[in-house]
Design a protein around this ligand. Structure first.
Ligand code: KE4
Length: 426
């Protein structure tokens, strides 16, 4: 593999973009080396600026669930763009995507579109605070809900990779209202609830976590949260930016059979264009402006170009009753193949998986929360990442990220990936 052009492009980018990237996790800081610049992508393959073809396991961090440049999505965007991309006025396609999302996701009556997962989670918490009249929230160490101030308190994803659990610029005034619990540890939540009786607006969680690698909720953890929130009058917010429209047609609520009070979406719902969303029942959503007093707005929210990509994507997923099963089967196949490939390499590892999300952690202990995930951020991970990249396999460049399989991946692609792991030496 040659990366000369990527490195030259990175050098140029760093002169005009901080760190050469528009999102930190892309910079390869956690694995070393210069990031790969992509020229184009189709199906399961990325084509980088040096002419290398890479099998893609990040899928733009989730959105490209049907593979890159999926024709129905591309065609919808091209046709819509010819008629104008944004008007700052209501359009029918916003209603069409809202109707489809509401029909696919259990337990919601209304949905508001925004432009990113960060906006969705930020707005959901403001809505929860406005609806309950309470200030404090609980999040979980290692969970990432975007980069708004309230969440950059021991966040996951890039915030962890950069070792800046409490990012500079977040005030103590903000941080005091965000309490930290331990994922898969219901007692840690109960202690915070008891110590902050009557002050909690919401508990926000990634129902299957993807920002510490893939962390699977242990038995009775999420249902215990649901019961606790119902007892205490606290809103349960599922951040489904990763899991929504990926783990099942109805996302994690369907996969786990548990109802949240407010849902956050991103990634897949936009089909690769900038769309986030948050949703709930009529009673809670009626508090949002202009119907109610909780203010939230956005120039490009619901713009018809992004809506066209989201509508095409969700229509494809909604009409294909087998896609989520296919994706889960491919992920299980890859899990078993990597397990067989790594087991005689003399390094400890764990493989976590849920639906079409999975991760490999180079640690001897089970990974079920942030602390155990952090043990896997080590030289073995770097060896694994670069060893696979050299063989044409593009994995997340951080131990705190999940793989996102796409349905364009063939079993031949998975076999190539497994064979690449078999060739590794640590
Ligand atoms: P965005 O603002 O990046 O669209 O969404 C924020 C967000 C919210 N909630 C969850 C569960 C998320 O995973 C994310 C964003 N995910 C990261 C990947 N771990 C985005 C990649 C990046 O930061 O470049």
């Amino acid at each position: 593999m040659v990366y000369e052009r990527s490195s030259a492009l990175f050098a140029a980018a760093k002169k005009v973009i901080p760190g050469g990237v528009n999102s930190p996790v892309r910079a390869f800081k956690a694995v070393g080396g210069d990031p790969i610049f992509v020229k184009e992508a189709k199906g399961a393959y990325l084509h980088d600026e040096d002419g290398n073809r890479l099998i893609d396991f990040i899928a733009s961090w989730g959105p490209m669930i049907l593979g890159h440049a999926h024709a129905p999505v591309v065609n919808a965007v091209v046709e819509k763009a010819k008629k104008g991309t944004s008007f700052g006025m209501p359009t029918e396609i916003e209603t069409q995507l809202a109707q489809l999302a509401v029909s696919m996701v259990p337990n919601i009556d209304k949905i508001r579109f925004v432009n990113s997962g960060t906006e969705a989670c930020m707005s959901a918490i403001r809505l929860a605070r406005g609806y309950t009249g309470k200030d404090k929230i609980i999040k979980f160490a290692g969970c990432y809900h975007g980069h708004s101030d309230a969440f950059l308190i021991q966040a996951g994803s890039g915030a962890v990779t950069f070792g800046s659990p409490n990012s500079p610029g977040v005030t103590q005034g903000t941080a005091k209202d965000t309490l930290l619990a331990v994922y898969n540890d219901l007692d840690s939540v109960k202690q915070l609830v008891a110590a902050n009786k009557g002050e909690l607006a919401a508990i926000i969680i990634e129902p299957v976590a993807g920002n510490m690698g893939c962390i699977v909720p242990q038995k009775d953890f999420i249902s215990g949260l649901r019961e606790l929130c119902s007892q205490e009058g606290i809103l349960l917010v599922f951040d489904e930016v990763m899991t929504g429209f990926r783990l099942a047609r109805g996302g994690a609520q369907e996969a786990l059979n548990i109802d949240a009070d407010i849902l956050c979406f991103g990634k897949v719902i936009g089909g690769g264009l900038p769309v986030g969303a948050f949703a709930s029942n009529d009673k809670i959503m009626s508090h949002l402006a202009p119907e109610g007093p909780v203010y939230q707005a956005g120039t490009l929210s619901g713009n018809p170009l992004a809506m066209s990509a989201g509508l095409a994507m969700l229509t494809e997923l909604n009409n294909d009753g087998e896609v989520f099963k296919r994706l889960a089967e491919k992920t299980e196949y890859l899990h078993k193949g990597l397990d067989a490939a790594l087991k005689d390499k003399g390094v400890p590892y764990q493989i976590n998986r849920f639906g079409s999300m999975m991760s490999v952690h180079f640690t001897p202990d089970p990974v079920h929360d942030f602390a155990s995930s952090a043990q896997g951020d080590n030289p073995h991970f770097k060896t694994y990442f670069h060893g696979m990249l050299k063989q044409g396999v593009y994995l997340p460049p951080s131990a705190f990220e999940s793989y996102f399989l796409n349905d364009a991946l063939s079993y031949a692609d998975l076999d190539h990936t497994i064979a690449a792991a078999q060739r590794l030496s640590f």
